[in-house]
Design a binder for this molecule. Structure first.
Ligand code: NAD
Length: 373
């Protein structure tokens, strides 16, 4: 029997992405899978129902879910959505397990198999399935555009009849996937770019993109290529060096994160106090509370009428066409090796990637990180 894949409208406020796009729908239906989408579900990403050939449209979510074997989502399923899904189905999407204990309990009660996109192991073979990376690179790009829009200066150097304009100084804090894309984007806009990360391996990456690495002498490589939390002494050392660069920046894009922990507070109020009048901070770490201690997640405000502090949330949703395309391709690359003849999905739970991202299965939380929650 072919697996019936269903793709609902994303109901989370402000979520403009969708977990399927026409190209991926075509490839999946070519495998024999049967696909249904909620009517108009992709309109917020500017895809019309008729762009999806071989996909049935269903007017409401309750009817859509009724015969689902497999559900593709962007945001974690809500309790209401899970209650509409059949017992024993499979759901794939971002799950934010730390914040969604009720969701996990209900998925166990309903024996739902869930795969969390944020838990896909970051191994070379899984790069094409890595939704954290695809969406973070969008955030890095958008963060710079937001910074450019809020800035009170040009990014590029300009020679005009009214004189020469100096290029903007942009400081990127945190050089993971989002930070690297931010460096590349700010360089393309003509800014002078400095960047800083606690992982020393990033120096070469910053320099290869034409940025200048800020060396604070603090190195904090953690497990799996991520950063670890800094000690108090390391934080002080970091702040002493960074403060000088922060004071000279026209725009700061901060992206620093530690998996499973609140965003590290790197930009203090005293540092903001010393920033140039008209400077901007775009705090892309707002989801985890922000890298600036003044950031108000989800808000934009002017600190003492001098420095704009922008704390955007769910930034990838602001570029919905490409964000949906990249995300849907990540989902396709995750499941396609397991689609058997006739379009039936047969996940192999011994496979490294599947084993790494399965959250609930057979009535239990099986991911080791969340098992005892
Ligand atoms: P992330 O979103 O967890 O963090 C962003 C950056 O913040 C990281 O570079 C981190 O080092 C930095 N950071 C943390 N604390 C900091 C502090 N106090 N000061 C300054 N910077 C700080 O990172 P990410 O974008 O998810 O990437 C994390 C790692 O995973 C990187 O090494 C990346 O190359 C790697 N990665 C590997 C693969 C793969 O092999 N498939 C895919 C994607 C990412």
């Amino acid at each position: 029997m072919p697996t019936r894949l269903v793709v609902p409208n994303e109901i989370s406020p402000g979520e403009r992405r969708i977990a399927l796009e026409p190209g991926v729908a075509k490839k999946l239906s070519a495998t024999g899978m049967s696909i249904a989408m909620q009517q108009g579900a992709a309109l917020s990403s500017y895809f019309k129902d008729e762009d999806f050939s071989d996909v049935e449209t269903v007017a409401d979510a309750a009817t859509l879910y009724k015969n689902a074997d497999l559900v593709f989502k962007v945001q974690p399923p809500t309790v209401e959505e899970l209650n509409q899904m059949p017992d024993g189905c499979t759901v794939i999407g971002f799950m934010a397990p730390n914040k969604n204990i009720d969701m996990m309990k209900l998925m166990c009660d309903k024996k739902i198999t869930s795969l969390a996109m944020e838990l896909v192991p970051r191994i070379t073979r899984a790069q094409s399935m890595d939704a954290l990376s695809s969406q973070a690179s969008i955030a890095g790009y958008m963060g710079v555009l937001m910074g450019a829009q809020l800035a009170s200066v040009f990014f590029p150097m300009l020679t005009t009849a009214a004189g020469t304009i100096r290029p903007a100084k942009v400081l990127i804090i945190g050089v993971g996937v989002a930070g690297l894309q931010a460096i590349a984007t700010a360089k393309r806009l003509g800014a002078i770019v400095e960047a800083y990360d606690v992982r020393s391996a990033t120096r070469e990456q910053v320099e290869s993109l034409g940025g200048k690495f800020v060396d604070t002498g603090v190195s904090a490589e953690g497990e799996g290529g991520y950063a670890r939390e800094l000690t108090d002494d390391e934080k002080q050392q970091q702040q002493d060096v960074l403060a000088k660069h922060i004071a000279l920046a026209d725009v700061i894009i901060s992206t620093a994160a530690i998996p499973g922990r609140p965003s590290p507070k790197i930009i203090t109020e005293a540092m903001v106090e010393n920033m140039k009048t008209g400077a901007v901070i775009v705090d892309l770490a707002s989801e985890g509370g922000g890298n600036c201690e003044l950031t108000k997640p989800g808000e934009t405000f002017e600190y003492k009428d001098r420095v704009t502090i922008h704390g955007p949330l769910n930034v990838a949703a602001e570029l919905p066409i490409h964000a949906s395309e990249m995300y849907a391709k990540n989902l396709f690359n995750l499941v396609s090796p397991f689609i058997a003849e006739g379009g039936n999905l047969e996940l192999d739970f011994e496979d490294d990637v599947i084993a790494g991202c399965v959250l609930t299965r057979d009535g239990a939380i099986v991911h080791q990180q969340y098992r005892n929650n």
